[in-house]
Design a protein around this ligand. Structure first.
Ligand SMILES: [Zn+2]
Length: 504
């Protein structure tokens, strides 16, 4: 466990040193836990992840929307967040330090859990277990509910909350969306935007944030379509790495690679449309650089599920820092959300099926962008025995895709190098012109930030119009024509060709 914690510090150390992320923010005022700034490379990386996410949803026929991040209290009353989005807290009676009661028990009492207990039961369980304030060893106070939403005020006195997820704001658009989709369901939309959770003393850096970018895709769908879903037919032979709740209950962590249609046949998924959502989440995370060696789909145990949820699976990513990390939830929410908003808004949120009003169901894919971002840096981190570090990002995700070096800072070399740099930039890739220090030092700097390709302009360039192209992972070099630099880079970044195909 201690070595795992050290690794997360190594990752964060590199991330801070090279400008991926900084914090807690604002650093010069001591920082508030759960807030981070993205540096230039972190922002580029996050943009790349968001591009993968956006493209994947659009290809799957979802439409993007954007809603306000603040909504009045009634919205959160209706959504259930005001009453249900809560953590159990206990405060030390002496030093007044506040703790998450459930986490404290899990950390300090082996095998114990407060899951499913009432507040009174939690309080007496903590006393029975003899758990005291870890800081000053005094008695802990009674367990109380604490709402995780950030409260604010609109105008002089209207209570409002920062959204703790994007989904609710999307549900509120249902009537408008129905018109947009010409009264036809299913309707598929997604949103990428900020959400806020007022976590008590968040730790684990980028994994537990008070402000983060959330992605949520929603399908508004009727019962019949959930069982008869055309996109499922196209992908049903593809396999997914599944960890079912039955395996977990039998104490197994073994992932089974199961074809989608087998999983439906065996009852792991009840509905083809839901199975397709799990497939889509897996596809999005594959695009973000994870494969089945470091990704699994874990089904929630029946005790973990929200009361209205028919089924729930998570995408989990394996990290060297924290082991398996929950990164995405796929939820079958039934018609809970639209029914609640229909009740509270007194607006009709139903459609006609056989001349009767029916409130549609929601299938949902929900995740934050910062977690896969951290997991990717963690997974791509590599170090050799000399202590030299690489970030082995897949080329399509690397913040900087190619760096250009003039061999020396002489005008006759800097000129052509700058021209190549501008050509690459104009072609839509991100590049950097670096003239400082020896070529070896410059390669090392780019390896450390994950730049997959470097181009060096030398005196041969002036003779025969060729440059050296060097690949990060193999450290191999090849001479290519200057006119081929841009097309070859695009093919390499899109993985249409391999570097080794250039060397033979
Ligand atoms: Zn205390």
């Amino acid at each position: 466990m201690s070595s795992e914690k050290d690794f997360s510090e190594i990752v964060s150390g590199l991330a801070k040193k090279r400008g991926f992320y900084w914090g807690p923010s604002p650093e010069i005022y001591g920082g508030s836990a759960g807030f981070y700034d993205l540096g230039p490379l972190g922002k580029l990386l996050k943009n790349r992840l968001e591009n993968v996410i956006r493209t994947s949803f659009v290809k799957a026929n979802f439409w993007e929307v954007e809603c306000p991040t603040v909504s009045p209290e009634i919205v959160w009353k209706a959504s259930g967040h005001l009453d249900g989005f809560i953590d159990p807290l206990t405060k030390c009676t002496k030093c007044e330090q506040v703790y998450r009661a459930d986490n404290l028990v899990e950390e300090l009492a082996d095998g114990e859990s407060l899951k499913g207990l009432s507040l009174e039961e939690m309080t007496s369980r903590i006393q029975e277990l003899g758990i005291q304030c870890p800081k000053c060893k005094s008695e802990l106070g009674s367990v109380e509910q604490y709402n995780l939403m950030l409260k604010t005020t609109l105008g002089l006195d209207q209570t409002a909350y920062m959204r703790p997820e994007t989904a609710t704001s999307t549900y509120l658009l249902f009537r408008r969306l129905l018109t947009f989709f010409r009264d036809k369901l299913p309707a598929m939309v997604f949103q990428i935007g900020n959400a806020y959770r007022n976590e008590i003393s968040p730790r684990q850096g980028m994994l537990r944030l008070r402000e983060f970018t959330q992605v949520e895709g929603q399908i508004f769908i009727l019962d019949a379509d959930e069982m008869n879903w055309a996109p499922y037919e196209e992908v049903k032979t593809e396999t997914l790495p599944l960890l079912t709740y039955q395996s977990q209950e039998s104490g197994s962590e073994d992932v089974q690679k199961v074809a989608l249609e087998q999983a439906v046949k065996k009852g792991y998924f009840q509905k083809p449309a839901y199975a397709w959502c799990v497939w889509l989440a897996h596809k999005i995370f594959s695009g973000m650089g994870f494969d089945d060696s470091n990704m699994r789909l874990r089904q929630h145990l029946p005790t973990e599920r929200a009361h209205y949820a028919a089924d729930a699976w998570d995408v989990e990513l394996h990290t060297k820092s924290f082991g398996w990390v929950e990164c995405c939830g796929i939820h079958d929410r039934g018609n809970y959300d639209l029914s609640r908003h229909q009740e509270f808004s007194k607006q009709k949120l139903s459609v006609k099926v056989d001349k009767k009003p029916v409130v549609p169901n929601v299938l949902e894919i929900a995740f934050g962008v910062e977690r896969p971002l951290f997991c990717l840096i963690d997974n791509c981190y590599d170090v050799n025995e000399k202590g030299e570090v690489w970030l082995r990002f897949p080329p399509h995700l690397a913040p900087i895709q190619a760096a250009v070096f003039p061999l020396m800072g002489k005008e006759e070399l800097v000129g052509p190098a700058a021209e190549i740099y501008h050509d690459i930039l104009d072609s839509g890739l991100v590049t950097q012109l670096d003239q400082g220090g020896s070529i070896g030092r410059r390669y090392r700097r780019q390896d450390e930030i994950g730049t997959p390709f470097c181009i060096t302009v030398d005196y041969d360039t002036l003779e025969d119009d060729t440059v050296t192209l060097r690949e990060r992972d193999s450290m191999q070099q090849v001479r290519i024509k200057r006119s081929e630099v841009v097309p070859v880079l695009h093919q390499l970044v899109k993985r249409e060709i391999t570097f080794s195909s250039l060397t033979t």
